[in-house]
Write a protein that binds this ligand. Structure first.
Ligand code: 1CP
Length: 334
């Protein structure tokens, strides 16, 4: 059985497999080298040779237990025909959202636009170096995708003032997102992804009263769908106030926690396997601090099924040698 499946299917404890969110990315010089020659990010994601190569880069350096495919959650709006661009020092910029256009997109057009992501997954998952490792496919959660599609840029600062104004539009778009996410998940699995992670990076923006409509119901529908395909599913409802309630309602196979929650409370309150937690900023300190903080998580989750990971993506300014130190600390922990 593959390492992460041992934890999330068999509930095994004490051996802590590890992968790192954003492990394929900007902190690696070999990624920056490819990126500097490929200025169009979407095109890079749709180049199956390069995206497979980038996916495998961190596994060549570090003793990681899984590959996560080099792609982006915003390939979904791109596949639906919304313009998506990534601007230097700004982040994603999306074009206007035209509901009548999006509602017309059929499944064939969608797959035609992004099928090279699936080719990259096929390449990666059949690479001999991944024989005993997981290949993680992923999607953005419906809420987080809705945020980008309506807000047309990162909500880092704020949601647009009138974000919730057109409730009809929002609910129609959510349904379209859900339908195409299922197709996107199915195609990733058919091409070799053997875990799905659902990133809800902006779950923390919602008030409690809005969680059922925007998070619980659409995410539960997706989780049930992934389970029906016999593949485990990990949810990351970042900065949600109540992880316990989320897990009891949505019932993913595992949950990734962010770095603002107290891991001691999580281990007491949450029954399902847990992933992640360590603050990525700790990788910017020194080896001694990193080791101490890493062991803190490993000790807390010693008797709980646990996959080591961070509480959000690895930061671009991280030194690769600190990632190596982290991976080795986890692997050496007894
Ligand atoms: O070189 C560059 O400028 C590109 C930077 C980059 C990279 C390396 C972006 C733009 N996306 C990615 C890859 C990516 N994105 C992966 C690949 C696999 C890996 O993890 O190694 C994954 C899983 C994602 C997922 C993703 N994209 C999320 C969810 C996780 C999270 O970090 O919260 C989100 C919110 C995005 C949107 C996105 N794409 C890129 C950026 C800079 C952003 C975030 C913008 C923002 O802050 O709102």
């Amino acid at each position: 059985m593959l390492p992460i499946n041992k934890v999330i299917i068999n509930n095994e404890t004490g051996f802590n497999p590890i992968w790192i969110m954003r492990q394929a990315g900007r902190y690696l010089p070999e990624f920056r080298e490819i990126r500097s020659k490929n200025t169009d990010f979407i095109k890079l994601c749709l180049n199956e040779d390069l995206s497979a190569e980038i996916t495998l880069q961190p596994l060549k350096r570090f003793n990681l237990d899984a590959a996560i495919i080099f792609s982006d959650i915003l390939m979904l709006p791109y596949g639906l025909g919304q313009e998506v661009k990534f601007e230097k020092n700004f982040g994603p910029k999306l074009g206007n959202l035209n509901l009548s256009e999006i509602a017309k997109i059929d499944e064939i057009d969608f797959v035609e636009k992004i099928h090279r992501v699936y080719k990259a997954i096929k390449k990666v998952s059949s690479d001999p170096s991944l024989k005993n490792k997981n290949t993680i496919g992923f999607v953005g959660a419906p809420w987080t995708l809705l945020v980008y599609m309506i807000n047309q840029q990162s909500p880092k600062k704020n949601l647009k003032e009138n974000f919730f104004k057109d409730e009809f539009l929002i609910n129609r778009v959510l349904l379209v997102i859900e339908k195409f996410l299922k197709l996107h998940i199915k195609n990733q699995i058919d091409n070799g992804a053997n875990i799905i992670q659902i990133f809800d990076s902006w779950a923390g923006l919602l008030n409690e009263k809005d969680l059922p409509n925007y998070i619980y119901t659409p995410t539960l529908n997706l989780v049930d769908y992934v389970k029906s395909l016999n593949v485990p599913v990990i949810c990351f409802p970042r900065e949600i106030k109540n992880y316990k309630e989320f897990c009891e309602i949505v019932k993913p196979d595992a949950v990734n926690i962010d770095y603002n929650v107290n891991p001691k409370e999580i281990v007491q309150n949450i029954k399902i396997p847990v992933q992640g937690g360590l603050d990525p900023k700790i990788l910017l300190t020194d080896k001694e601090t990193l080791k101490k903080e890493t062991i803190k998580y490993l000790e807390i989750f010693k008797d709980h099924p646990y996959i080591f990971n961070l509480g959000h993506g690895v930061l671009p300014e991280t030194k690769p040698e600190m990632v190596e130190w982290l991976v080795n600390t986890v692997k050496d922990f007894k």
